[in-house]
Every structure is written in structure tokens, then in C-alpha cells.
Design a protein around this ligand. Structure first.
Ligand SMILES: Cc1cc2nc3c(=O)[nH]c(=O)nc-3n(C[C@H](O)[C@H](O)[C@H](O)COP(=O)(O)OP(=O)(O)OC[C@H]3O[C@@H](n4cnc5c(N)ncnc54)[C@H](O)[C@@H]3O)c2cc1C
Ligand code: FES
Length: 244
């Protein structure tokens, strides 16, 4: 874990209320796809956690949706400005379980962490399949980026305006060796029920400190209480306990 000043290289809108920010700084403590960074925003008490979308040397890419005051503040930042970023947070995905044909499922703001994961699985020679779920065609981002990695990509939209009409679970393929997923909790629950293999699920719990000190993100699992920020955000299917 490192708290470092990053310089904003780009901060562009890529879909309605969705921004891609490219940052330059010390990324040495980021060790796995599925990890997140926690961004200090001047004037805000709590930092804002955002998943690592891509990483190349000292260049870090994140994608965020503007849902409140913090992310609205981020959207106004310009290239050349700096941000204090805590990096290397969370456990990230374990690539060792993927098998030969892993299936990656991202929904909305859960799509970004799938990108670095897909790149790393490709480096390991895996035959990756990707399902990306959105509400409608206008919300889609990164479809081309995933296709450019050479993978089979399926896009679902709830309103049927693009790709397969329905939810990500309406597009599950017949064959896959393992599942990696990130997205809103109702989607994670549906994926949990719909898949035939084991998998790893990333949760975007509300957070306080982001590094295991405050217990603010603690949640009950089948193997005891876990801090989503430190013991997660990725949980294995066999340890998840859904509380209705
Ligand atoms: C590990 C982790 C990774 C994340 N990765 C991403 C990412 O890659 N891209 C992205 O767009 N967002 C991501 N998020 C969610 C992001 O942190 C929140 O959207 C952000 O903190 C909201 O800040 P705000 O000040 O704009 O909104 P606030 O004013 O804090 O909240 C506005 C609204 O958003 C809701 N909200 C805030 N945080 C969350 C959350 N964590 N989960 C669900 N609802 C929330 C609030 O309940 C409220 O309704 C991630 C969260 C976690 C915990
Ligand atoms: S947010 Fe503080 S322990 Fe997880």
C-alpha cells in the first residue's frame, strides 16, 4: 500500500456520466487485477475507492461513474492537476483458478476491473470470454477495447437497444472453466445462482478507511466476518453468504 501523488494525464467522458481518467505515478504496489485505489479529494472527508482498470508501467487508468459529489468533483479535474492516491488496496483476483476458458462478467461500473484481468489472462494464454452488461446502448463503454484484445465479447442491454436483450445471465455460454465477475449486487447474486462453475466475485461495498483499519466494510461470509477492503473486494463463490 502506498500513498502517492499522481498527475492526471487525461480525464475524458466516454459514455453518459462515465469518465476515463489516466494517471501517472508510482504504481509499484499494485500487484493484481481486481485491486482498487482510494482517492483523496480535497474538501471530502472520505476517500473514494475506484478499481484499477488498466496498468502499464507508471500509467494507471480508472473509469468512474458520476453518482455523487465526489465523483462529480473528479469529473471536473483537468490534465496536469494532481491527486493523492492510495494504491495497492484489496486482494484482487486469483488468476491461478481460471482454467483454460475463463468467463469474465462485468456489469456497468463493474466492467473496468475486467479489463486488466482480461489482459493478464491473455498473457497466460487463456481463451477468455467476456460478457458486459449495461442498461442501454448509450451506456456502453470499452466494448472495442475488449474486442481489440481478441476475445469473444457479448454485450447485453436491459432495454434490448444493443446486443442481447436482458441481463448478463441471459447470455451465459455453454462452456467455460471458471467465472470472474464484478458489478452491482443484484447482478452478482444472479450470476452466483446462474453459473455452473466456481468463481470469484468482486463487491463494491461502501467504505471508510479502505485499508482494513475501521471495520466499516465488514460483512458476514461462510468463513467468518471479512473486511471487503482488505480481505476482499474479491470473494470466492464458496465463501459468499447472501443476506436478504
Ligand atoms: C472496491 C471498490 C471499487 C469501486 N470501483 C469503482 C469503479 O471502478 N468505477 C466506479 O464508477 N465506481 C466504483 N466504485 C464505487 C465508487 O467508489 C462510488 O461510486 C463513489 O465512491 C461515489 O462517490 P460520490 O462522492 O460521487 O458519491 P456519494 O455522494 O458518496 O454517493 C452517491 C450515491 O452513490 C451511492 N454509492 C456510493 N458509493 C457506493 C458504492 N461503493 N457502492 C454502491 N453505491 C454507492 C450512494 O449510496 C449514493 O446513493 C467502487 C467501490 C468500491 C468499494
Ligand atoms: S473500509 Fe475500513 S476496514 Fe474496510
Amino acid at each position: 500500500m502506498k500513498d502517492t501523488v499522481f498527475t492526471i494525464k487525461e480525464n475524458n467522458i466516454i459514455a453518459p456520466q462515465t469518465y476515463q481518467m489516466v494517471l501517472e505515478g508510482d504504481c509499484s504496489s499494485i500487484t493484481a487485477p481486481g485491486q482498487f485505489v482510494n482517492i483523496h479529494l480535497p474538501g471530502f472527508y472520505l476517500r473514494r475507492p475506484i478499481s484499477v482498470c488498466d496498468l502499464e508501467g507508471s500509467t494507471l487508468t480508472i473509469i468512474y461513474k458520476t453518482v455523487g459529489k465526489g465523483t462529480a468533483y473528479m469529473a471536473q479535474r483537468k490534465a496536469g492537476e494532481t491527486l493523492l492516491v492510495l494504491t495497492g488496496l484489496g486482494n484482487g483476483y486469483d488468476l491461478g483458478c481460471s482454467g483454460e476458458k475463463p468467463l469474465l462478467i462485468g456489469g456497468g461500473a463493474g466492467v473496468p476491473p475486467m479489463y486488466l484481468l482480461a489482459k493478464r489472462l491473455r498473457s497466460d494464454g487463456k481463451e477468455v470470454q467476456v460478457i458486459m452488461g449495461f442498461n442501454s446502448k448509450e451506456e456502453i463503454f470499452y466494448e472495442e477495447a475488449f474486442r481489440n484484445l481478441g476475445f469473444q465479447v457479448t454485450v447485453t442491454t436491459v432495454d434490448g437497444s444493443y446486443g442481447v436483450k436482458g441481463f448478463v445471465t441471459d447470455a451465459l455460454p455453454n462452456q467455460y472453466s471458471y467465472v470472474y465477475t464484478c458489478g452491482p449486487e443484484p447482478m452478482l447474486k444472479a450470476v452466483y445462482k446462474g453459473i455452473q462453475t466456481d468463481g470469484q466475485f468482486s463487491f463494491e461495498e461502501r467504505m471508510g478507511c479502505g485499508f482494513g483499519a475501521c471495520m466499516g466494510c465488514s460483512c458476514k461470509t461462510l468463513t467468518g466476518y471479512k473486511r471487503i477492503c482488505k480481505d476482499g473486494p474479491v470473494l470466492r463463490k464458496e465463501e459468499i453468504l447472501w443476506e436478504d
